[in-house]
Design a protein around this ligand. Structure first.
Ligand code: AMP
Length: 113
């Protein structure tokens, strides 16, 4: 069997993280190396490697994350934020368990680096 991803280990409480939201399908944690004053990761509990690995049976996973993100940010009173998904190592992906970065509370430049 493949080694569990670091995010699955967090979901299964094998390693610690600051968990700010959890439901049966997803979790939001604080990024360990924040790139903005607010830097969260929204992660599906299903271990999908990345956007390229989504299949038809994964319908509903990403839109669930979007609603969870919208609700959490709304609860925190944060209206302006950037969502980022790195897909593949050349795009900057380092953890191969799908996740959406949520960046907020600083001015974010465009185009991104
Ligand atoms: P990516 O480079 O898009 O794959 O993003 C992976 C993110 O996971 C990076 O921003 C890391 O800082 C973050 N990360 C890695 N390990 C941990 C951890 N143990 N707890 C929280 N965030 C982590």
């Amino acid at each position: 069997m493949n080694e569990k991803s670091i995010f699955t280990k967090i979901i299964e409480r094998e390693i610690p993280a600051n968990i700010i939201y959890e439901d049966e399908k997803s979790i939001i944690i604080e990024d360990i190396s924040p790139q903005a004053p607010i830097h969260y990761l929204a992660i599906p509990k299903k271990e999908i490697k990345g956007i390229s690995d989504l299949s038809e049976s994964d319908q509903g996973i990403v839109d669930h994350l979007m609603i969870v993100i919208k609700n959490e940010m709304s609860n925190q009173g944060i209206n302006d934020y950037r969502l980022v998904i790195n897909n593949g190592s050349e795009a900057g992906q380092t953890v191969f368990h799908l996740h959406i970065h949520i960046l907020a509370n600083r001015t974010l430049g465009w185009p991104p680096g």
